[in-house]
Each structure stands twice: as C-alpha cells, then as structure tokens.
Design a binder for this molecule. Structure first.
Ligand SMILES: *Cc1c(COP(=O)(O)O)cnc(C)c1O
Length: 493
C-alpha cells in the first residue's frame, strides 16, 4: 500500500524566525544609512569588471544563507546604482525617492497583495488615490484612474481608449475594420513613447503627425490645424491630439486650453502627457502654467518623478469611465463577480488596463501624500524651479557658457562655447558623470548638443548646482584644448 503520510516541510517560511528578524533589522538599518548618507557617496561610478562578472553564476539549485546573499547585495548592488537618490543627480527626469516610500515598499512586500481586483482594503487605498487625483484635476465623478508602471504605459492606454472610441470595432476586428487611416497629432518635442504608443496600438507611428514648435518649444497651433485639415482632405480619420504638460527636454507646457478648443472643433480625443509636469498642480506658483489641464479627456503622469514616490508608480486618469472600461473589459469565467463575496467591488482594475496581476503601487503613493502632505511636495517642486533659475542666471552671467532653451520649470539646457562644440560638450557630460559628484545628461536642442540638468531631487541644493558648473568648467578647459589640438593635427595632414 502507498504511504499516505506526507512529509510537509517544503514551506519557505523560516525555521528560525528570530534570526530572520535580526537580519531584517540589520538590512533596514543599512538601507536607512544608505539613504541618510547618500550625499557622501558618488552619484554614479562605473561598474568594476569583477563586480559585473560576479553576476554570471548558474541557476542556484541549492540554498545559501540569507546573510551571505544579503552581503552580496550590500557590496555589489547597492553601491553601483545610477544614483537618482543622490542630490547631484540631474541626468534625465527621475525622482529621488523618500524614506516613507522605502518603508511603504517594505510593508507592501509583506502583504503581497494582488490588486487586479476583489474586495479588499488595498483596493480602497488605490481608489482613495484615484479620488484625490480626480479632485486635483477637477475631473467629473464619472472618471476613472489606474496605477500602471509609468507614463509610457499610461500614454499607451490613453491612445487605446482614444482609438477604440473612434473605431469601436477595432478591439474585435482589428484596424482593417476601418477603410480610413487613423491619425494623431502631437508636438515635435513630445516624448518618444507617444509614437511608440501608436505603433503598439497597431496604428503605425508614421500616422503620428509631429507638429513644429515655437521658440518656447510649445506646439504651433496654426500648424496643428493645417495638419488636421490636410488629413481630412486626404480622407484620413483624425482621432487624437496629445498635448505636452512638461516636455522631456526643456519642460515646455503647450497651450492646453487652445488644444481643447481644437480637439472639440474636430471631435478629437484630447490627451495630455503630463508625465512629470501634471502633478506640479500641487505647487501653487506653478499651477497657473497648467491652465486647461482640467479640460483633458485623459492625463498620463508619474508619481515616481516629481512627487518622489519610489519606482514604479505611473498613473492614467480618464474622463469617461465608460470609454475606459469599454477598452479593456474582457469577460472570463474565472474572473466573474459576486457582490456577496470576495469577488465583489466591480469594476476591478483589471477592467481598466492590460494587467491582471498588479502590485500595491498605491500604498507608497498614499503614504507619501499623507505623511508629507501635498503642500510640502509642492514646495519641493518650487525649490527645484528656483534652483533651475539660479543655474540659468549663473550661465547667463558667464561668457564661456550659453543657455540653449528657455527654463519654464526645472530643466536647464546649456553648453560650453567652443569650436567643435557638440563633441566637446558630449565629452564634458561623460567626464562630469565619471567625476561622481554630480551627473547631468545630454540632449539636442534645435540640432545642437546640450548639457541637460533636470532638477527633480528634493535633496538638491545650490551647493550641487555650484558643483555642476565647477565640474563643467573644470573639464571644459582641458577638453576644448585637447579637441583644438586634435583638430590642428587633423588639419596638418
Ligand atoms: C518620463 C517621461 C515619459 C515616460 O514615462 P515613464 O514613467 O518613464 O514610462 C513620458 N513623457 C514624458 C514627458 C516624460 O518625462
């Protein structure tokens, strides 16, 4: 006879909880020290080869002590991040995180809640944040919102909602259900994820019309209308305008009220990519620049950027919940709802986006907003903008430097004036990043290579701005001289 006694010892819970507790407290202390002392470390340092190679082992079949694995994290992962928690980090548009966010991530990890749906308090937390966003953007109570990874996906969701509202058969029959070509419109300064969204939506990125911008990098309204009319004359089907509330290169904000009017005139969905800019509504001195944002049909934005919530926490807000649900609800027997039991509380987040299993991103956002209060978060944004103005002033006052774009918010694009400027400035950015004290990035403004300082970190001070200019100027002299020399040798031959 078979022995039915099972040997049930496969659980992953610790055999000795006390030793795990001791380890856990040490980890918490270490990571708090890491955040507390981040200014003392380098922003970024190149990964040593032996560290890179240490991540090349085979699948771990056998167990290892927690302390040993943690030690590897502590020595080989923790010191070699891209450095966005550091006050000297100014490369790209990234948030600095916070201690409250760190703790919330730990708590969410313990709950291991799956927020795809069902009747549970974590979803009430998410709904409360959705409601805060609805109020902040003055959307009607028939609107809907959803946490996603980031604005790339939030913008994609908005394009799908807009596409399906125009082409109701698209979900079932695909794009060939229309004889007309869908077309969308955005500024030349828009983020690459907008074209990618059209691509992923099966529309094709070439049907995103990239409209020229004015000297403030805002979309040209006349050119926009001309493009829409040209498409109509060609028999195309315009369906969406994507406005920018904070462009990634310079932080430009389109004329949102005018974009609403044009959208209405042609019956188009008006979406706004407000990845970092939209939440600047929390800062009373910046909010007026966002006039008209409350008129959008949908807004994509990130809590993980200017509001300092740890990665990842993006969000999509949609004015018309019915359209939002119509784009994603997909009946399945195993996801049926029963108002008397766990499967109550319909609609579920899985009816509003492509993810079924979802983590508890709402908790770190909810705790960040509650603990700091939105006034304090708004003050961080205002401080970042003041630092950007301080940097712009110092650049204007220095003849060897040139400001390359207006500074409407917290992003400053500039360069060192010299021969062979594109190459030299690219070299300056690399040298400054390798210095470890401060890290700008680069972009192109009107075809010209720019050093870009995007000031999003709540820890950044004038000291870091001074460091940036010191570093740029210190490397610039050497690099410009050696570039002249190599240019000279090149011409000699
Ligand atoms: C960061 C950013 C995005 C992309 O957002 P992710 O959260 O990185 O996916 C889109 N648009 C703008 C303007 C951004 O700054």
């Amino acid at each position: 006879m078979t022995d039915l006694r099972l040997n049930e010892d496969a659980s992953l819970d610790p055999k000795c909880w006390q030793s795990v507790r001791d380890e856990a407290h040490r980890m918490l202390d270490d990571i708090l020290n890491h955040v507390q002392d981040c200014r003392k470390e380098t922003v970024w340092q190149p990964l040593p080869e032996h560290v890179r190679n240490s991540f090349r082992s085979s699948v771990p079949l056998e167990p290892s002590p927690l302390a040993e694995v943690y030690q590897t994290f502590h020595e080989s992962v923790r010191p070699y991040c891209a450095g966005n928690i550091h006050p000297g980090f100014m490369g790209w548009v990234q948030g600095g995180g916070s201690v409250v966010g760190l703790l919330a991530e730990m708590l969410a990890g313990g709950l291991n809640a799956n927020l795809g749906g069902r009747d549970q308090a974590p979803l009430e937390v998410e709904k409360e944040v959705v409601e805060w966003m609805r109020q902040l953007f003055r959307f009607p109570d028939t609107s809907s919102g959803l946490f996603v990874t980031g604005s790339s996906i939030a913008n994609f969701i908005a394009i799908l909602v807009a596409r399906n509202a125009s082409l109701q058969k698209a979900r079932k029959h695909g794009m060939l259900s229309s004889s007309k070509q869908l077309t969308a419109y955005t500024s030349q300064a828009a983020h690459r994820c907008i074209a990618q969204a059209l691509d992923m939506a099966g529309i094709g990125s070439q049907w995103l019309r990239k409209i020229p911008v004015d000297e403030h990098q805002r979309v040209e309204l006349g050119a926009l209308e001309n493009a829409i009319q040209a498409d109509l004359e060609q028999g195309n089907l315009p369906f969406c305008i994507v406005g920018c509330a904070g462009t990634v290169d310079v932080g430009a904000i389109d004329n949102l009220t005018s974009l609403r009017k044009i959208s209405d005139q042609y019956g188009l969905h008006f979406h706004i990519d407000g990845a970092f800019g939209a939440l600047a509504l929390l800062a009373p001195t910046i909010a007026p620049k966002l006039a008209g944002i409350e008129l959008a049909d949908s807004i994509a934005f990130d809590f993980h950027k200017w509001t300092q919530v740890p990665y990842d926490a993006g969000f999509i807000l949609v004015r018309d919940r019915a359209k939002h649900i119509a784009s994603f609800e997909s009946p399945a027997d195993y996801l049926s709802r029963d108002p008397r039991a766990m499967s109550a509380a319909s609609p579920w987040p899985c009816d509003l986006g492509p993810d079924l299993s979802r983590g508890f991103r709402a908790l770190k956002t909810w705790m960040t907003f509650k603990v700091y209060g939105t006034r304090q978060i708004g003050r961080v944004m205002e401080q970042n903008c003041r630092l950007a103005q301080y940097l712009a002033d110092r650049i204007r006052a220095d003849d060897s430097l040139e400001l390359l774009a207006p500074v409407p918010l917290n992003i400053v694009c500039f360069r060192y004036r010299c021969a062979n400027a594109d190459r030299v400035n690219q070299d300056i950015v690399a040298a400054v990043q390798r210095s470890g004290s401060v890290a700008p990035s680069s972009t192109r403004i009107n075809g010209v290579l720019a050093i870009r300082a995007a000031i999003f970190n709540h820890r950044t001070t004038t000291h870091d701005i001074d460091q940036l200019l010191d570093q740029v100027l210190c490397h610039a002299n050497d690099l410009a001289a050696s570039s002249q020399q190599s240019l000279g040798t090149h011409l000699d031959h």
